[in-house]
Write a protein that binds this ligand. Sequence first.
Ligand code: G3P
Ligand code: CA
Length: 244
Amino acid sequence: MRTRPIIIAHRGFSGRYPENTLRAFEEALRLRVDAIETDVRSTKDGALILIHDDTVDRTTNGSGHVKDLTLDEISKLDAGSWRGEEFAGEHIPTLAEALNLIEGEVMLLVEIKEPDTTHAVIETLRHHMAFGWVNIVSFHSKAIKLTKQNEPEIPCALIGGKEIGSSDGTFFDFVYDTLNCGANSVMVHYSTLTPKRIHYCHERFLSVGTWTVDNRDLAKKLIAMGVDAIASNFPDVMLETMAA
Ligand code: G3P
Ligand code: CA
């Protein structure tokens, strides 16, 4: 049997449901994706919650910076209505709620947006006995280094944006940053990838994940190049593409 890239539901099944909510995670599980990705930030009182932006403005009926709001204030916000009235009442979940829901049914990629939350994230994962079914991913090599120093068995990926793709040299520098912080994989913007660069990672036993791919033709091209994982807002489309 030929292996295929793993499909990651980016912020849950966020193309059709409100991102980073329990509903988006449940719908991703229903699809039988391989993995779910989510973003972690800390509230004013130190609770770990799942939200991409550093403010609640875009994805809730509230406003303000996450770091200036308490968990109590945040949990009262509606995180569903902005995507449609049928989603009214969805809330911003805590990391613990997502871990309780997913419980190892699929892999969970936990993106650390704020490196100073790393210890708290690891403790929450430990409490839920989740080391065997999570990856820690981050744009911040400091978060990966801290994770690997404390819990080397947690698989980690360093994330790279469009800027690392400007030349082979900048991409290879990013690969060295990845190796240096102890990560096991790169998770890079699709525009940065070429067959040569993917091979360069594979030679160094780094697997290659890419984001955020919502288009069938692009997915086919990346699969032909040899990517190991694809994060998509439309994991349904990605799974259909692979079945075809
Ligand atoms: O997994 C990588 C990807 O999620 C990084 O971008 O901005 O969607 O968190 P962003
Ligand atoms: Ca993310």
